[in-house]
Design a binder for this molecule. Structure first.
Ligand code: ASP
Length: 583
């Protein structure tokens, strides 16, 4: 028998029992006369004590032990003389009579402790060792718990978990596909799903009514901290529903998870905001509502004072940073550099300080009198002690830049507390997005998203103005999920494809299966997908989704542990009839 208990289980109540534990050696301490061994498994750590007066055989075994050796130890549970209140097993130890080495270990390349000396790449290369560390292990345990709660909630609501295929053909979610060559169908390729979108809609046609799946999705995109080439969605679809039904069902799921996982109760409904309000008030479609600092458009109030920057700007927009009037030259320079970073993209930053002594100091003193600036400050809702930060330029660059500055100020002012949650539904996205380069419309969400019925007539006159029956769940400035009511009418779907520049033949070739299904009684339907990895990182309080993925890829899309991607054998290429082109 390997174990009677786990390494996290024994307490004072077990004193006197004979037990056997198995696990990894975390540490061996020889204190002259006594040797202490910390043995660890997934459940915790228990201290083993070996008295030097023990049998030679035991002494030899203990002598040999090194870090991460796998051992089995048998002995009696005793009360510890000096207790460790930091761990649940800290009141007891095992007086060992036998230790068996089950397996040796090389010295690990980094210390397997909560705080490790291993760098990112090294820990990714030896991910199986990193997974032994508490912070990483706990992240996966959290993921597991969230997955179980998702299943519990959705099962109760009559959702059926259905698996959909991975070897499919291109799905239009707007990213590049990963493709897989087919050996049996030479010259042809599968694509890995960017999401199960079309399949879940087909399940609605099939009468499944309420579907969900915790499913891998694959998108060949450039990577950032919160992106992975393969990621997981909680993918859902419902039939015979309107937008309200979908929102309330999944607001219910979000509330269930918050209550079960975080112990946070939301008594009120989640806030709703239109896409256009989100853009005008926060400069982005996923505003962080843990703090205010709404935008104030002052374009019409600041022109005509010979300040070229404002006079020539399409938009002049500002925020009020509360209590920041005492910002120093250095701090303001930092903010200017911040907005000028290429990722933020503003040319410069205008500030107005409403100082405590009632005077005003600003970077535009030359053009505006103190009275004029005071009036501007009042219009922006600022009071004494506040700092106005104003950006000017082209509207579509200025709003996003100010959005970044707002987030930066929120961070600086400590207004983005990880333990505060501000959920929000953003609704009424535009259906179509014009692309200047290719001179055509793209679907903002995907081509199966239904327009809001009142806007359908705009397909003829002003397609860009059509609002989509789409919604995103945003929490703390992170897009956690998104979905839409779908088109279920063949004619409307054809119109949508036309608006996207597909000929009838192209639409038929790519999505014939769906259009055909719609001819056999497609019910009204809609759904949503949540980014499961992001949801985990939101609940876990880490910025990076990698921490919640057992075996993640690095920023260049590599798995450095198994060293993938990698070349394949000439034989395999031949079988697939693939010839590689040398650059
Ligand atoms: N398939 C969509 C996505 O991955 C979500 C949805 O519309 O349900 O974004």
């Amino acid at each position: 028998m390997y174990r009677t208990h786990t390494c996290g289980e024994l307490r004072l109540a077990n004193v006197g029992q004979n037990v056997t534990l198995s696990g990894w050696v975390q540490r061996v301490r020889n204190l002259g006369g006594m040797t202490f061994i910390d043995v660890r498994d997934r459940y915790g750590i228990t201290q083993l004590a070996v008295d030097e007066t023990c049998e030679q055989k035991l002494r030899d075994a203990v002598q040999e032990l090194g870090r991460e050796y796998v051992i089995r130890a048998t002995g009696t549970v005793i009360e510890r003389a000096s207790k460790n209140t930091k761990i649940p097993t800290g009141e007891i130890e095992i007086q060992v009579v036998e230790v068996t080495i089950l397996n040796k270990s090389e010295v690990p390349p980094f210390t397997i402790e909560d705080d490790t000396d291993g760098g990112d790449e090294l820990r990714m290369k030896y991910r199986y060792l990193d997974l032994r560390r508490n912070p990483v292990k706990n992240a996966l345990m959290l993921r597991h718990r969230i997955a179980q709660e998702v299943r519990k909630y959705l099962d109760k609501q009559n959702f059926v978990e259905v698996e959909t295929p991975f070897l499919i053909k291109s799905t239009p979610e707007g990213a590049r596909d990963f493709v897989v060559p087919s050996r049996m169908n030479s010259g042809e390729f599968y694509a890995l799903p960017q999401s199960p979108q079309t399949f879940k809609q087909l399940l609605m046609v099939a009468g499944f009514d309420r579907y969900f799946q915790i499913v891998k999705c694959f998108r060949d995109e450039d990577l950032r901290a919160d992106r992975q080439p393969e990621f997981t969605q909680i993918d859902c679809e419902m039939a015979f529903v309107e937008r309200e039904d979908v929102l309330s069902t999944f607001e219910g799921l979000a509330k269930h998870l918050f209550a079960e996982i975080k112990g946070v109760e939301f008594s009120k409904s989640f806030q709703r905001m239109s896409y256009s309000d989100a853009m005008n008030l926060y400069g982005c479609d996923k505003p962080d509502l843990r703090f205010g600092m709404q935008f104030c458009d002052v374009t019409d109030r600041v022109k005509g004072k010979n300040f070229v920057v404002f006079d020539s700007a399409e938009a002049v927009v500002g925020i009020v940073a509360p209590g920041c009037a005492e910002y120093t030259r250095k701090q303001l320079d930092e903010l200017t550099l911040f907005v000028q970073r290429p990722q933020v993209g503003a040319k410069g930053l205008v500030y107005v300080k409403l100082q405590a002594d009632g005077t005003i100091k600003s970077s535009i003193d030359k053009f505006y009198s103190p009275e004029e600036l005071k009036e501007l400050a009042t219009f922006m809702g600022a009071s004494q002690g506040d700092l106005l930060l104003i950006l000017a330029g082209e509207r579509k660059r200025t709003l996003p830049a100010l959005s970044e500055l707002r987030l930066e100020m929120g961070t600086r002012l400590g207004l983005r507390d990880k333990n505060v949650f501000a959920p929000l539904w953003v609704v009424d996205f535009p259906l179509l997005e014009w692309d200047e380069e290719s001179k055509r419309f793209y679907a903002m969400h995907h081509p199966f998203t239904s327009p809001i019925p009142e806007d359908i007539h705009l397909f003829e006159s002003d397609p860009g103005a059509i609002r989509a029956n789409a919604y995103d769940l945003v929490i703390n400035g992170v897009e956690i999920g998104g979905g839409s009511i779908r088109i279920h009418d063949n004619g409307l779907q054809q119109t949508m494809f036309e608006a996207l520049g597909f000929t009838k033949e192209e639409a038929e070739a790519q999505f014939g299966f769906l259009l055909s299904a719609f001819r056999y009684g497609a019910p009204p339907h809609g759904g949503v997908a949540f980014g499961f990895d992001r949801l985990c990182s939101l609940f876990g309080g880490s910025e990076s989704i990698r921490d919640y993925i057992a075996f993640p890829k690095n920023n260049s899309g590599r798995d450095v542990m198994i060293n993938s991607p990698a070349p394949i054998a000439q034989e395999q290429l031949k079988e697939l009839r693939i010839a590689l082109v040398k650059e």
